[in-house]
Write a protein that binds this ligand. Structure first.
Ligand code: GDP
Ligand code: IMO
Ligand code: MG
Length: 428
């Protein structure tokens, strides 16, 4: 099997980083295809913890090609800081890191706009990561974006900045009452950042297609999750990209016929960071589960809202992404509960809902219908074989498989690479 797309099946932070790191061992290249440094992917091995934001998790393995695809928005300042931090930690970053020449660039004014728009929305805010993600994608689709290739040419960069800043400075001054940005200052700063990144900038669509033609194993690393997708998520409480499997094609230039398999990643419960509907959220945001699962954002440190596993959303995620198998993570966190619930239906005004709510307002008022299962008390974090799991853990896993309609092929029982039960092989 030459390539695999890994996607989040919930609201992000499902443990994609851990799963990607695990499967990187047998991959030749790891490719990010959407999002930006709003992502925080945590990898733990040998007592070390690394959080990746823009650089694919594959960078922690020697000799893997790591690609930032055209669908990713790149904040060059954040990227250089991440490169330096990883180099200080002893990881090699040179020829192995490739950045698409077509990736839209996030500038300081995108970050400022992100914050200013959130302030203006007040109580209706989306609770973004303030990384400038939305404004960068908005510029791309308004055809006012500035791409990595433009950072490498002073004349082109000046021209593009003039086009895009004209309107924004008007907004900063007259609508937000904030400082404006000066083209000359931005030119100096961003040309210097572009020079630092120049050795990595290339035609990554050609590179990835060449690797695939050579029969190399390519892993596509999704960020965020299905319900943060700008089309299929709980709009408008979403991010501005396509974290779903279809995004892997657009965000890399690899045709859909060349993509072989999709693996969904879901937590054994549910979390969401930021505002928006969350049907199975525990009362008060799920403080007890948050403490137990250490559910604090890997990018912003914000507390994540917590609740029970929602089979309705994950089943729909399987359909939208086309995955038939899943990695189930953080099952160890559910040890010690006498009862565990799975959401198996939604009610609106007392009626069982057949269709999936299309609006955030409807999604906000659905009442989850739960199936209750007996829990298990044992610590399962050191178990290495499926057969040794407690009977009730196995029942919970098979109930999820049945309700979602997929096979669980990876069971994650702890944050470390080694705390995993792999029920099939990948890339062999
Ligand atoms: P991502 O954004 O999907 O890569 O997920 P994050 O890294 O933001 O959040 C997942 C968190 O759970 C990280 O702190 C991981 O180290 C941790 N984690 C992943 N899998 C497991 C697991 O099976 N058990 C436990 N206890 N922690 C896990
Ligand atoms: P990973 O890859 C969880 C959320 C933000 C906010 C919304 C929009 O680690 O799973 P944005 O800054 O993207 O415009 O914010 O999306 N969000 C995430 N939530 N995990 C992430 O990434 C996220 N990236 C963005 O909290 O609600
Ligand atoms: Mg995360």
């Amino acid at each position: 099997m030459p390539n695999l797309v890994i996607v989040g099946a919930q609201w992000g932070d499902e443990g994609k980083g851990k799963v990607i790191d695990l499967l990187t061992e047998h991959a030749d290249a790891v490719v990010r295809f959407q999002g930006g440094n709003n992502a925080g992917h945590t990898v733990v091995f040998g007592g070390q913890k690394q959080v990746l934001h823009l650089i694919p998790c594959g960078i922690l393995h020697e000799g893997k090609i790591c690609v930032i695809g055209n669908g990713v928005v790149v904040d060059p300042d954040a990227l250089i800081q991440e490169i330096e931090q990883l180099q200080t930690a002893g990881f090699h970053i040179g020829e192995n890191l490739k950045i698409s020449n077509l990736s839209p660039v996030t500038f300081a004014f995108h970050r400022a706009l992100d914050k200013a728009k959130e302030m203006k929305r007040g109580k209706e805010k989306i609770d973004t990561t303030h990384r400038g993600i939305g404004p960068t994608y908005a510029d791309k689709y308004s055809r006012l974006g500035i791409r990595m290739i433009d950072l490498l040419d002073e004349k082109r960069l000046r021209n593009r900045l003039e086009q895009t800043l004209d309107e924004k400075n008007y907004l900063f001054k007259h609508y937000f009452a904030l400082e404006t940005f000066k083209i000359n200052d931005l030119l100096v700063e961003y040309l210097a950042l572009g020079e630092k990144l120049r050795p990595h900038v290339t035609d990554t669509a050609f590179l990835i297609n060449t690797l695939l033609a050579e029969g190399k194993n390519v892993l596509f690393e999704g960020a965020q999750g299905t319900y943060l997708d700008v089309d299929f998520g709980t709009y408008p409480f979403v991010t501005s990209s396509h974290p779903i499997a279809g995004g892997a094609s657009i965000g890399t230039g690899v045709g859909p016929t060349r993509i072989d398999e999709v693996l969904g990643v879901a937590k054994a419960y549910a979390t969401r960071v930021g505002a928006g509907p969350f049907p199975t959220e525990w009362e008060g945001g799920g403080e007890a589960l948050r403490q137990k699962g250490n559910e604090f954002g890997a990018t912003t440190g914000r507390p994540r809202r917590c609740g029970w596993f929602d089979a309705i959303t994950v089943r729909r995620a399987a359909m939208i992404n086309g995955f038939e198998q899943m990695a189930l993570t953080k099952l160890d966190i559910l040890s010690g509960f006498s009862k565990i619930k799975i959401c198996i239906g939604y009610k609106i005004e007392g009626r069982l809902q057949e269709d999936f709510p299309a609006s955030a307002e409807e999604m906000d008022v659905v009442e989850p219908v739960y199936q209750e299962l007996d829990g298990w008390q044992e610590d399962i974090s050191a178990i290495k074989e499926y057969e040794k799991l407690p009977e009730n853990t196995k029942k919970y896993i098979s109930e999820i498989e049945k309700r979602v309609g997929v096979k669980i092929t990876i069971i994650s029982l702890g944050e470390d690479r080694k705390q995993t039960i792999l029920l099939r092989s990948f890339f062999k």
